[in-house]
Design a protein around this ligand. Structure first.
Ligand code: NAI
Length: 331
């Protein structure tokens, strides 16, 4: 205890994420799965002098089932990333990959915390939920869309503006909504490190845009070699560490994430009321404990500008969720 699993562990995110998890002393077992290279990645990591026992599996001989057996936390970065100039339907490909992996989790580790990184998170999280419902094992408290990278970017950019990157690790900026473009809503008015006085509205809009579309900066700079991997691995490891602490009984752990609003009925209803729409999924500051979601926190006081961002995010988010729930996700 505890066993952490990475599905898609040989990829651009998977490998550095596995490294960070191997380096985490809270992990005692690390099990890696991918369609390629996992035995090599596992052998390499297994020489690092930290407590976690590492194993790597491929699909043959029930590799997925062996990987998942006894898992407490399953992190999913499997799938294809965005690449400029490459036109494939990211949703279609990743939806299929995530559906298959979710079936494996539902069968082999239905009680694990599931942390979904594969994009588009706004839709892949409802996909996992649908698979779990089909298998009769859906617990909304244990399914999370990993939006941590948006929060990490917001903290970094705000610290940069203050001219003090040393503050980046401690800056807290709530980021709510979803996990793509305009569905990402940074609540900069609630930043623990206030923006400089006299920060112009145009600067605020530019900062908001940078947080919403930060992924594009990386895709462009990588020039055909993929999307964010290292910062995502860092963010994924940060979320996994919070989940490990929550499983260990630590109180008051806040993990911003994209969750089913039924995970905490009262908190979810308050969020729905505030956004003016009965959405099934939304990201907010979520308190987690040993059984998963404890409380979905309200969005707090929003400025007029932030309210306008919510107004823009909600219909897009509804479309992303409906894409999965064509026959209605509410069972
Ligand atoms: P990558 O292509 O480098 O790695 C993906 C890995 O998934 C590969 O090793 C591949 O073999 C594996 N894979 C494919 N099908 C699989 C299956 N059926 N079972 C197990 N493994 C399988 O891609 P990268 O850059 O690591 O990105 C992975 C995903 O993460 C993409 O969907 C990307 O859009 C998403 N992403 C999410 C972010 C977030 O903030 N949530 C940020 C950045 C990327």
């Amino acid at each position: 205890m505890p066993k952490v699993v990475v599905l898609g562990a040989a990829g651009g995110i998977g490998q550095p994420l596995a490294l960070l998890l191997k380096a985490n002393p809270l992990v005692t077992e690390l099990s890696l799965f991918d369609i390629v290279n996992t035995p090599g990645v596992a052998a390499d990591l297994s020489h690092i002098a930290t407590p976690a026992k590492v194993e790597g599996f491929l699909p043959p001989d029930d590799g997925l089932a062996k990987t998942l057996k006894g898992a407490d936390i399953v992190v999913i970065p499997a799938g294809v990333p965005r690449k400029p100039g490459v036109s494939y339907d990211l949703f279609k490909i990743n939806a299929g990959i995530v559906r298959d992996l979710a079936t494996g989790i539902a069968t082999n580790a239905p009680k694990a915390f599931v942390l979904v990184i594969s994009n588009p998170v706004n839709s892949t999280v409802p996909i996992v939920a649908e698979v779990f419902k089909k298998h009769g094992v859906f617990d909304p408290k244990k399914l999370f869309g990993v939006t941590t990278l948006d929060v990490v970017r917001a903290s970094t950019f705000v610290a940069e503006i203050a001219g003090d990157l040393g503050k980046a690790p401690s800056v807290v900026v709530p980021v709510v909504g979803g996990h793509s473009g305009v569905t990402i809503v940074p609540i900069l008015s609630q930043s623990s490190l206030p923006l400089p006085s006299g920060f112009a509205k145009s600067d605020l809009e530019a900062l908001t845009y940078r947080i919403q579309f930060g992924g594009d900066e990386v895709v462009k700079a990588k020039d055909g070699a993929g999307s964010a991997t290292l910062s995502m691995a860092y963010a994924g490891a940060e979320f996994a560490t919070k989940a490990l602490k929550a499983l260990g009984g630590e109180k008051g752990i806040i993990a911003p994430s994209y969750v089913n609003l039924d995970a905490d009925k009262a908190g979810g209803d308050a969020v729905k009321k505030q956004i003016g729409k009965d959405l099934e999924y939304f990201s907010s500051n979520v308190e987690i404990g040993p059984e998963g979601v404890v409380k979905i926190n309200p969005l707090g006081k929003l400025t007029e500008y932030e309210q306008s961002l919510i107004v823009a995010a909600v219909p897009e988010l509804a479309t992303n969720i409906e894409k999965v729930c064509t026959r209605g996700c509410r069972s």
